[in-house]
Design a protein. Sequence first.
Lengths: 160, 762, 288
Amino acid sequence: MSNKIHVSTKVNGDEVEFLCDPRETLLDALRDRLNLTGAKEGCGTGDCGACSVTVDGRLVCSCLMLGAEAEGKEIATIEGMAEGGELHPLQRKFIEHAALQCGVCTPGILVAAKNLLEKNPDPTEEQVRYWLAGNLCRCTGYDKIIRAVMDAAEEMRGAA
Amino acid sequence: MALDEVKPVVETGESYDSNKEFKYVGTRPNRPDGLDKVTGRAKYGADHAVANMLHAAVLRSPHAHARIVKIDTSKAEAAEGVKAVVIGTDLPEGLTGGDLHLQENTLARDKVYYDGHAVAAVAATSALAAKDAVKLIEVEYELLPHVIDVDEAMKPDAPVIREGDQGPTVPEGMHPNVVNYMEFGHGDLEAGFAAADLVLENTFKTEATHQGYIEPHACVGQLGEDGKGEMWVCTQGQWFIRKMCAAVLGLEASNLRVTPSEIGGGFGGKTTIFSEAISLALSRKAGGRPVKLVMTRSEVLRATGPTASTSMDVKIGMKKDGTITAGSVEFRMQGGAWPDMAPTGMALNCAFASYDMPAVHHVGYDVLANRPKAAAYRAPGSPMAAFAVESLVDEMCRELKLDPIEVRMKNGAKEGTKASYGPTFKQIGLMQTLEAAKAHPNLQAELGPNQGRGVACGFWFNHGGETSVTLALGNDGTVTVSAGTPDIGGSRASVALMVAETLGIPYDHVRVNIVETGALGFNEPSHGSRATFATGKAAVESCNQAIKEMCRRAAKKWGIDEDAVEWKDGAAHPAGPNAGEFPPMTIKKIAQSMGRSGGPISGHHETTAGGVGESFGTHVVDVEVDPETGKTTILRYLVVQDAGRAIHPSYVEGQYQGGAAQGIGWALNEEYVYDDMGRLQNPVFLDYRVPVASDLPMIDTVIVEVPNPGHPYGVRGVGETGITPPLPAIANAIADATGCRMRHLPMTPVKVLKAIKERVNG
Amino acid sequence: MKYHTPASFADASAIAAEAHGVTRFLAGGTDVLVQMRSDIVTPEDLIDVKHIDGVKDITQNADGSWTIGIAVAGAEMTEHPTLGQEWPGLVEAMDLIGSTQVQGRATLVGNLCNGSPAADSVPAQIAAGVTVTVTGPNGTRDVAVEDIPSGPGRTTLQKGELISALHVPARGDNAGDAYLRFIPRTEMDIAVVGCGISLRVDGDVITEARVSLGAVAPTVLLVADAAKAIIGTTLDDAALDSLAKAAEAACSPIDDKRGTIEFRTEVAGVLAKRTAKIAYARAKGEKV
C-alpha cells in the first residue's frame, strides 16, 4: 500500500499539489515532483545554501524541510523572482557585476539576498556577508556577489 | 588579425579598460548565458529527467584497504523497484594501464583501495528505493593493513597497495608504493651553494584538499543492447568522458554521444570519470532504460579526486645582496591508490619557475596511499611547490633583512631566462606584476598589533591542446559558434567578444553553443586554463575562414578578383580605389543571399593549439592573528597577475578572486582528516571548511597585460595561476604577524596557537 | 517511515509511547533531516510537533519570566522586540547556530535534545537557568536544562516523553548574560569551545553567577568553581585568571577533527574571560 503523502501548497503564487514519500525533502519535491530545478542540492546537510527558498517569507534550506511540511504554506523559489518577465534588480545586478561564474550557487544566493533586502534595505557590507554565510560559492570569492547585492540595494532604495 | 607591439598596460579594479584600440575585446558586456543562470532556467547535471528513467545508488567500501571475499546482491535484486544491480566483475576484463585504473575506480574488482571505493550499484524506480536497496547488498571483506601518509607509505614496512606498477626510473630497493621517480636540473649545485652567504633548508607538508565545487557529479546515462548510448553529464570535457566511459565498458567511443550540461564548478575535478560509467552499465542491464546517477556530497568528498598530500624538502642558497645562487627540492606526493595521479612532475617544474637561477636540482617521488584516486585541482602541484619554495625564500629574506619584493625582482624570471624546468621564456610578465604590487596602495596600509604582511609569486604553464570549433552564418547576419569547451567561468562571453571583434559585428549578434560530442571534432576539456586561449584562437581562425568565403561572394557579385576585397567593420569592401566603386556588402546582406550565391557559409578550425603563454602572478596579503586563539583573519588581499590580454576583464578578475579564495581555504582550514582505520572523518561541508562570505574581505585585483605573441589577441590563460601564491603569501604574513614559521598546511588555529605558545615559552 | 501531525502534546506522547522502533520528534528539523539523509537515523515514526497550539509563541509572563514554545525558530527569537534586550546572550547563542537559513527553522529545544556537547544554545540556556516542561505518559514534570543531555547524542527523556515548553527566568535588575564560542571560520562551524555566562552585580561586585562550558566534555557543563571564582569580585585581573583556571580545570575534552585537548582547554580559559567581561558590562548597564 502506498505510503505517499498528498500535499497542497502554493509555489510562486500558484496553487500546486503533489504526492511524495514521507522521507522526501521539500527540495526533492520541488525538483522531482514540480520540475522546479532552480534550487540545487549541493550538500543535503544545510551547509551550502544552494537549495534556498522562502516559506511564508522565511528564508530556509529546502533540503532541511520535508515535502510534507509544505502543506498549506507559501513557497517562493528562484523561478518566481522575476515578475512577469522583468528581472528583479538583484538578478540584473548579478549579471552586470559578473557576480556569477559557474552559476550553480546563484539561485540560492539570489533568494537569500532578496530576503535580506526585504528585511534590511540598507545593509552594511559586513551584514551582507554574514547574512550570506550559509551560501557557499567556490568560484567567485564572493567579492562581486557582495558588490552586486550592495548595488541592487542602493538602486532599490532610490526607487523606493 | 596581426598583433601589434603593445606596451604592457597595468590598470586597477573596476575602471580597467583593456585597450582603446579594440571595440569589443576588453569590454564588460553581459554574458550570453547570464539570464538563464539568474532565473534558474539553466540546466545542470542533476536537472535533467527523461521518460522511463531509473535512479542509481552506489554501495561503497567502509574500509581503507581490503580484499573482497564475497558479494551477495540477491536481496537487493529482489527489493521493491530494483531493475538492475552491477558489481565490478560485470565490467569487461583485459584492460591495462590508465583504462584499467579508471575501471577499477569505477567499481572495485577484487580489492578495495580506499574508504568510499565503489563496490556495487543499484538502479531502481525511485532514488529512495535505490538507496534502500543498496543497503541490502552483503559484502564480505578481508581487512588489509592500510597506509595514509605519504612518508609512511614509502617506508620499508609499509603495507603494499599495488604490485607491479613501479615505473622504470624508480631507484632499486624502493618500496612498491613508490611508483614513479623523476630527477632533473641544470648548473653546478655544489658551486652554487658554496657561493651563497646563507644556505637554508627545511621540510614543508600539505594535506589533501578537494576542489570543492558546489555541484556534485551527476549524469543520466543510457546504453542499449546494441552498444550505442548517450549521456547527459556535468563535465569539463565531454570527449574525455566519452573516451573514458567507452574504455571502461569495452565500447567503441563513437557509439557514445555525450552532451555536457551547464557545470557547477570543476577546477579539474570534472575532467575525468568517477561513477559515470556505472549509469551506463546499469542502463544496459536494465534493458536500456536511462539511469540517473547523482552523487551525494559525502560521495564527492570520499570518492572523487582530491589533490595530493605532500612532504617537501627545499634547500636554497642566497647571497647577502639577495642573489639566489642555487636551489634544490625533493618532493614526495601521494595521488591515491593508483599511479600517474600525483602531480609531482608538474610541482617540480613549477618549484623554481619564477626565478632565474644558475643551478637547480629537482627530485620527485609519486607514492601510493589508501586514498581516493587524485584528480587535477587548479594548477596541480603548483600551489604546494610554491608553499615550500616561497616560504623558504621569505625566511631567507627575513634572516638577511631583505625586502621580499626586491629579492624577487632581483632574481625573477624574464624574457630570455632559461626556466628551471628547461625551456627559455619568451615574453612573460612576472616583473610587471611585482612592479604593480609594489606600487599598489595596499602596500602602504599601516599594520597594527598582531598584524602582518606576506608576499609570494606564482606561476602556471597554461595549455593549448586539441581544439575544434565551427561557426555558421545565419540568414540574419548573426553568427552561431559551436564550441567544445564547457563554460565554467564566462568563456562563452570571451569567445563571443573575440568573434565579434574579428568579424566586426555586434557582440550580441554572436551566439556561442557548447555542443555534444557528435557535433564537432575532438576537444580537450576546459582545463589547463585553455578555454579562452585555445577555443578563442580556433574561433578566430574560423572567423578568418568565413571572412575569406564572404569576401569571395562579394568579389563574385562585383565581378572583381577575390584579392581585391577586404573585410572591415562587418562588411566586404573593395580593397583600395583601383578595385572599383562598390558600396560595402554587409554580413547581413551576404547572409540573406548566401543560399543563392553559393550556399550556406561556415568557418571551422581544428588544431592542437600552440603558442601558449605562461601566466605569472604576485599576491600580497595582510592578516591579523589572535594571539590567544591562533585564529587568522584576512584583512586585505591583492592579486596581481598577467593575463596577456583580458578579453572580458570582469571574468579575468573573477578567476583571480576565485583562485585566491580557494588558496585561502587551503592555507587556513581545508584538509582531509582520517582516523586510524583510514576512514575519512570530514566528508561534509560542515567539517571540510571552505571559505564562507564572512571569512573574506573584498579581493583587490590588478590585471597586468604582457600580450602573448602566440595568440591573435594576446591571450594568456588565467584560471590556474591565482591559486598558487596564496598558500605561501599567507604563511609569510602569519610569520610576519607572529614570528612563527608554519611549515604544515593548513595553518589552523590549533597549529598556530601551538606555534605561538612554543615561541613564547622559548 | 510514518509521518504524524498530532494536535496535542498528549497525542504526540501517546504516539511515541506506543511506537515500535526508532522515533524522532520534528520541530525545526535541522538536525533530524540531516541525520536521516546521512543514514545516521531512519525513524519508523516521525512526529511533527508544529501543529500543536502554542508551539510558536514567545510570551513574557506577569512575573517577568518567559515561556517559549518548542517550535519557535532562532530567527523569531532574534526578531522579537524585547527578548534579546533582556537575554542577549541566550538570543545571540541561538543566533550563532548554522546559517541564516538554519536560523529560519532551528529551535532551542531541538538544539538541546539533539544532545551534542557542542550545541551553541545550551551553555547560554544553562547559564540563564532555563527550565523545560517534559510531558510524558506519566504526566508532566519540570526539569533544569542541564539535566536533559546525558551524553553525546543522548538525553534523559524516557520513551514517550517530549518537551512541551521552555521557561526562561525573569531577568531582574543589574544582570547580564553573554555567549561566545570559538570556531575556525567566522560562521558555519560547530563550536570548538562554547561559553555561556549569566551574572548579577551589586554596584561593581558580582553577587550571582552561572558559568557553562560547551564542547569540552561529554555534555555541556555547569561549572560551579568557575562561578565561585568571580562571585564577590569586581572581575579584576586576579578574578579573571582564577576564572580561566577554573574553566580549564573543568574541561575533559577529546582530540577530534575540530580541536585538540590542549587547544580546547586553553581556549576555554580565554573564552571564559572574554565572555565574563561582556556579561559584566551588560549587568552594569553598558551597551555591548
